[in-house]
Write a protein that binds this ligand. Structure first.
Ligand SMILES: [Zn+2]
Length: 195
């Protein structure tokens, strides 16, 4: 497979270790698990965390990631990890990572899959905001947090240009913005963990 030929030895080593350590059923039935070893799923990894099925658009993927990373850090504090991101230009690529009907999807700590329509700054920021939510709140608490907070924050702070958003997301965004005006920036994550 062409993607494997482009692998750096260290990435190949990590990928093979991951493959060998997970049960076969996980790779067969839970497609997002391929985020752990994307280069073995046929995409090219252009950095240790950014992969794409369109190497010609590597610069674009890299810029989108860097801009979103900096923007989220400016608004919410530094992202401690560098979340893995797969940028797909084809539906087949997106499907192979289990994207489904969504434009993009963050799968807990595994990383994010961006589909063909998600190559836009606000989509990449949106998903990195979900990553920092997982990081600061913990994946379990983030899953149990109110939807208005999780999605409202992502739509608001990603500067999503759509107005109004389809419901319930417009309402979630309004609720988050009202809530965030009532808490200080320094106590945001503490207050969020109490929701
Ligand atoms: Zn979201």
């Amino acid at each position: 497979m062409p993607g494997v030929m482009r692998l750096k030895p260290t990435i190949l080593g990590v990928s093979l270790t991951v493959v060998l350590c997970l049960p076969l059923a996980a790779w067969t039935f839970y497609k997002p698990v391929w985020l752990l070893a994307p280069s073995l799923a046929g995409v090219s990894c252009i950095t240790d965390v950014i992969c794409t099925d369109a190497p010609k658009r590597s610069d674009e993927a890299r810029k989108l990631y860097a801009e979103a990373f900096a923007c989220v850090a400016r608004k919410l504090g530094p992202i401690k990890s560098r979340p893995r991101a797969v940028f797909c230009t084809s539906d087949a690529c997106a499907r192979s990572f289990g994207l489904g009907r969504s434009t993009a999807k963050t799968v807990g700590p595994l990383g994010t899959i961006f589909g063909p329509r998600a190559w836009k700054p606000h989509y990449v920021r949106h998903e990195l905001i979900h990553q920092i939510q997982n990081e600061r709140l913990g994946t379990y608490r983030a899953l149990r947090s109110p939807k208005w907070f999780i999605e409202g924050m992502a739509y608001s702070l990603s500067e999503d240009p759509r107005s109004p958003l389809a419901e319930p997301f417009e309402q979630y965004r309004s609720l988050f913005e009202a809530w965030s005006r009532s808490v200080g920036k320094d106590e945001l994550w503490q207050k969020a963990s109490e929701l």
